[in-house]
Design a protein around this ligand. Structure first.
Ligand code: ADP
Ligand code: MG
Length: 260
């Protein structure tokens, strides 16, 4: 694929905590429009990878190039402004505020919590407020949650809280969205809804990096899969290549673990 389409390039990326190598010499390339899955056992370094790529943790070594620009160890809000967004976690929803309010906050602040208090200063003009409202409703329509817009986040079902957190991430207008276990704790129906939504997000033009333990979901959804072990990349390839990679099967998938 032409390098012009390369959205993310990670080279030799490491994050050490004293002697602990949470991530070590990680490599990954992501082309625009892909869904790339990252799998690996607990403690493999998947979340650390997301934290360092999105600027929430500093790299000990290595480079993160996003959209052709070296963003290594930039602050998260600066990286987010360029369109690299780490998914909002469901447990930090503004539970006592409405669904609409939560999404509006996302529209205003791809920069994190700091500007929350100044939400209405930022949207100081009516025109801006109107624009933000339109965008928020558009996103709620997109995730099929418009009917819940006036409900408090705290009364939503667990599945809808997870979808709301996705909506908040979308409000930040990602070009690349990092989703860390978005289906954890979901029942089969919620899982199906979330997977369809992730595909819909990709089809709308957002490139996605997905950490997910559900192997059926990973193998169904992803164009490519990277396998992490002990902080580094063990292998990557198409779902078919990963399924038949003996080293991966031995290290992680186990016999018959992938029958999707
Ligand atoms: P995963 O998301 O794949 O389960 P993590 O990225 O959370 O893995 O963790 C990778 C490794 O780094 C684990 O061994 C974990 O204990 C270690 N680690 C993560 N964060 C810290 C930290 N702040 N201090 C020390 N060790 C950490
Ligand atoms: Mg993790």
């Amino acid at each position: 694929m032409a390098s012009a389409l390369r959205l993310l390039e990670v080279k030799g990326l490491s994050r050490h905590f004293g002697g602990i190598r949470a991530m070590d010499n990680m490599e990954l390339r992501v082309e625009q429009g892909e869904i790339v899955g990252i799998i690996g056992p607990n403690g493999a370094g998947k979340s650390t990878f997301f934290s360092v790529v999105s600027g929430h943790q500093k790299a000990t070594a290595g480079r993160v190039v996003f959209g052709g620009i070296d963003v290594t160890s930039w602050r998260p809000h600066r990286i987010a402004r360029r369109g690299l967004i780490r998914g909002f976690q469901a447990n930090v929803l503004f539970r006592e505020h409405t669904v609409l309010w939560n999404v509006l906050v996302g529209c205003q602040i791809p920069v994190g919590f700091t500007l929350l208090g100044t939400l209405f200063n930022v949207t100081s003009t009516l025109a801006k407020q109107k624009q933000a409202l339109e965008q928020a409703y558009e996103i709620l329509d997109f995730v099929k949650m418009a009917e819940f817009s006036e409900q408090r986040a705290s009364v939503l079902s667990y599945g809808h809280q997870r979808i709301l957190s996705l909506a908040i991430s979308l409000a930040a207008r990602p070009r690349l969205l990092l989703l860390d276990e978005p289906t954890t704790g979901m029942d089969a129906d919620q899982l199906e809804t979330m997977l369809n939504l992730i595909t819909k997000v990709r089809d709308s033009g957002v490139t996605i990096l997905l950490v997910e333990h559900n192997m059926r979901a990973i193998f169904k959804l992803c164009d490519r899969i990277a396998v992490m072990r002990a902080g580094t990349k063990l292998a990557d390839g198409t779902p078919a290549e990963i399924k038949s990679n003996q080293e991966v099967i031995g290290a992680y998938l186990g016999g018959g673990a992938v029958d999707a």
